[in-house]
Design a protein around this ligand. Structure first.
Ligand code: UDP
Ligand code: MG
Length: 313
């Protein structure tokens, strides 16, 4: 059986539409399936819509978070709750075309364990967005050592890969990169990102920046090495300036002016502060991991076979 995991945050208009489209396509292809909707603390009627869809279609199940925990948590909750031999994760705004699921499933039948959805085209985006996304993926690709420039969260995973992902204890997960990091027999399928028909994207520029910083830090320690490099530069500068000042002192012309002193204090001060900030960010992340709080809390669920799954892991 194929479990399709659909994280949903304020998607009341899309639930029934997504359930119908996906059922139609998977049913038509003769693939046994279940749809696992994860309501990520929506503020609208998303959960009621999921309940309605479940009443109409016995293949639909759902879990409801106690508040908004974010898409990463929602995807992991769905994976933890899914009963299928393989699990697919896709957006419930239908920006990931459900037809591609069939193609992915056929590859899974051929023995592939991780089937990645790769963006053929990125859909409508502003130039700024495209450029910053490009930079972000360049950094991440270097950290993971896999090309991530066209990666998406649209994937189909074999049970073995799902269990490997669920066994990872870290809280600051980055699904898109972790699914490559775990390895396994991998194939990819290209798809075109569709237009969103209802509602709006949950991403603001600021939340995208936070997302980028968080995930770079969770996969790479390069920013901390930058602190060392910056320190080395400042040291070189100090040696040159120090020698120059001493030569001038002994030759009888002491360095004139207060300006030099102020400039030095400002430059060194800001380098130190920025470095502390970078190190502080890593410490904050360590603190979050050490506290070991659950990734998400489930308040309600629909017709499930695994009543004690989720929440605690
Ligand atoms: N989503 C979620 N929790 C959040 C934000 C988004 O579960 O906090 C879901 C959302 O319902 C959708 C998917 O993640 O199914 C992708 O979100 P969105 O369409 O806003 O992102 P975009 O397609 O613009 O990258
Ligand atoms: Mg979307």
């Amino acid at each position: 059986m194929l479990s399709v995991i659909l994280p949903a945050y304020n998607e009341e208009k899309m639930i029934s539409r997504a359930a119908e489209r996906i059922s139609q396509i998977l049913g038509g292809a003769g693939i046994p399936y279940e749809l696992v909707f994860v309501n990520d603390g929506s503020k609208d009627r998303t959960w009621e819509e999921i309940e309605k869809a479940a009443a109409r279609d016995p293949n639909v199940t759902g879990v409801c978070f106690s508040r908004n925990f974010g898409k990463e948590a929602a995807m992991f909750a769905g994976l933890a709750d899914a009963a299928g031999d393989c699990c697919a994760v896709m957006d419930c705004d239908l920006q990931h075309p459900p037809e591609t699921l069939v193609e992915m499933y056929r590859l899974w039948e051929q023995g592939y364990e991780v089937i990645e959805g790769v963006k053929h085209t990125r859909g409508k985006e502003s130039v700024m967005h495209r450029a910053s996304a490009g930079l972000f993926y360049k950094i991440i690709s270097r950290a993971v050592r896999i090309d991530m420039s066209r990666a998406s969260d649209f994937k189909l995973l074999d049970r073995r890969a799902v269990d490997a992902l669920l066994a990872i204890p870290e809280r600051n997960t980055f699904f898109r990169a972790l699914s490559s990091w775990i390895g396994f027999r991998t194939a990819s399928v290209e798809f075109d990102v569709q237009e969103r028909t209802e509602g709006q994207s949950k991403w603001s520029t600021w939340s995208l920046i936070q997302y980028a910083v968080k995930n770079i830090v969770s996969f790479s320690t390069v920013p901390m090495q930058c602190v060392t490099v910056a320190g080395a530069f400042v040291f070189l500068f100090a040696v040159v300036l120090g020698i120059q000042s001493l030569v001038r002192y002994f030759s009888g012309h002491a360095v004139e002016g207060f300006t030099t002193v102020i400039l030095l204090i400002l430059i060194i001060g800001s380098v130190i502060m920025i470095s502390l900030g970078i190190i502080g960010y890593y410490i904050a992340k360590i603190y979050e991991e050490v506290k070991g709080r659950p990734r998400y809390l489930i308040s309600r669920r629909l017709g499930h076979k695994k009543p004690d799954a989720g929440g605690k892991e």
